[in-house]
Design a protein around this ligand. Structure first.
Ligand code: PFF
Length: 452
């Protein structure tokens, strides 16, 4: 069984696939939304601290668990701590993978629609973009068709396996993504609102840092780095023995944070360039505010607005795809290995289940608006349950597992590749995993639960 598992073929493949999982709608759609709502630079500073000291240790812990066990998220805990209830952590991760992919496909579906509309030149001046967006997301069929389309794309990559699917596609999608980002940043910095946009992003106002901001920042850090639900456990189970875990995690965190901040560099100068648009437009920021920007800011230069808009939504779509394959893989690997089904069959089961979950989320903006659980429709419920609940809880459990359940020698062995890499870095990380991350995340988590 073990040696029939897939494996990443190269170091760069590992970094690009893991960074591909991390970089997604979370960076380009969710991060600017949160920055806009929570006061700009101050939020970014808190966020970066959380990435380094809380989320990165969780990522390293997931790498340790994945490579030491060479198993899917659930079996990983069973292999490393037989007969103990830790498997529930893995099971929670698989369920969360399904929940995240369900609501993620909805936003990815909107992105696909906006990419197609850009291509067809339908995002042109004279539209009421807010009304268009609301009409689109509340319609019953069209958004659903896009959810299905996006899930099938994800499925096609996952079905091909680790090296031929995930690694191969990440290897060309990620560089393409970087090129598009750089082009868009350069364009955005030419806009009249560049100075105001940059000031918003770079000048912190610490009076804005409330408890609420802290909570949003930790949720965003975990979501953006894909940690807390075993996604990185699954990927690390395909790492080779020579892969250096700590530097890889550091690279992934750096790339992810860089892309998030660069997305701010794309979006805020653009938003500040058009009078009357606001930075705290919430989730509609990239679907309502940006089409306005593309049209107004470039109205005097033909085709530039068109190209900018098309590039932007293609970028968002590619980013969503490299992330969705990782969520899909958490569930597919589990079903494939646990029930001995073929990879293709397992992948279809996941795709169809997510289609149902995605349909529930999509319809919660339209005909199912009235159906709520705890005051939330399915979309908000799935988002809340995963980003604010399961991911932080998973992060606490995963770091406790590596810091307190696994043998120190085994963890150090993984962190130093059997003593061949830096012990200093390994010791520092071990301290963060054992003490700072669980205590830090737990404090924020409990306060969050009480506050809600
Ligand atoms: N990190 C992804 C993003 O920023 O869009 C979202 C994500 C991927 C969350 C994979 C969870 C996961 F397991």
């Amino acid at each position: 069984m073990m040696d029939r598992r897939g494996r990443f073929g190269s170091r760069i493949g590992v970094i690009l696939a893991s960074a591909g999982s991390a970089v997604g709608l979370g960076n380009i759609w969710r991060f600017p939304t949160e920055v806009g709502r929570n006061g700009g630079a101050a939020f970014i500073l808190v966020y970066v601290c959380f990435v380094l000291f809380l989320a990165m240790p969780v990522m390293v812990s997931e790498f340790v668990i994945g490579r030491a066990s060479k198993s899917n998220t659930v079996d990983a805990f069973r292999v490393l701590a037989p007969g103990r209830p830790w498997v529930l952590t893995g099971l929670m991760g698989v369920i969360a993978g399904f929940l995240v992919l369900s609501f993620y496909s909805v936003v990815a579906g909107w992105t696909m629609h906006y990419a197609v509309s850009s291509l067809l030149g339908q995002l042109s001046a004279g539209h009421d973009f807010a009304a268009d967006f609301n009409a689109f997301i509340s319609a019953p069929w069209l958004p659903l068709a896009y959810v299905a389309g996006f899930l099938v794309l994800t499925h096609l990559v996952v079905e091909r396996g680790v090296q031929n699917g995930i690694e191969r596609y990440s290897k060309w999608m990620m560089p393409l993504l970087f090129i598009i980002i750089v082009v868009l940043v350069i364009c955005s910095l030419q806009m009249p609102g560049a100075r105001a946009g940059l000031a918003f992003l770079l000048r912190p106002d610490f009076s804005k840092v409330t408890w609420q901001v802290v909570l949003s920042a930790i949720g965003q850090a975990f979501f953006s780095l894909s940690v807390g639900i075993g996604c990185m456990i699954t990927y690390a189970s395909y790492f080779g023995p020579r892969m250096r875990l700590a530097p890889s995690a550091l690279h992934v965190c750096l790339i992810d944070t860089m892309v998030a901040v660069l997305s701010g560099f794309i979006i805020f100068p653009a938003v500040f360039s058009v009078e009357g648009l606001s930075v705290d437009a919430g989730p509609g920021l990239v679907f309502i505010t940006l089409p306005n920007v593309f049209n107004t800011a470039f109205s005097h230069i033909p085709m530039v607005g068109y190209a900018f808009s098309l590039l932007f939504y293609v970028l968002l779509l590619l980013a969503a795809l490299t992330s969705s394959i990782s969520m899909h893989e958490i569930c597919t690997a589990f079903i494939h290995e646990k029930y001995g089904l073929g990879r293709r069959v397992a992948a279809w089961i996941v795709t169809l289940a997510c289609l149902l979950g995605g349909a529930a989320c999509s319809l919660s903006f339209g005909v199912w608006r009235g159906i709520t659980v705890g005051g939330m429709g399915f979309f908000d419920l799935f988002d809340y349950l995963t980003a604010k609940f399961i991911m932080p809880l998973g992060g606490i459990l995963i770091t406790l597992f590596v810091g307190w359940q696994m043998q120190r020698s085994q963890v150090m062995d993984e962190l130093t590749n059997g003593g061949t890499c830096s012990r200093v870095l390994a010791r520092l990380l071990y301290f963060l995993i054992r003490w700072l991350a669980p205590i830090g995340v737990c404090t924020i988590f409990i306060n969050g639960l009480i506050g809600h």
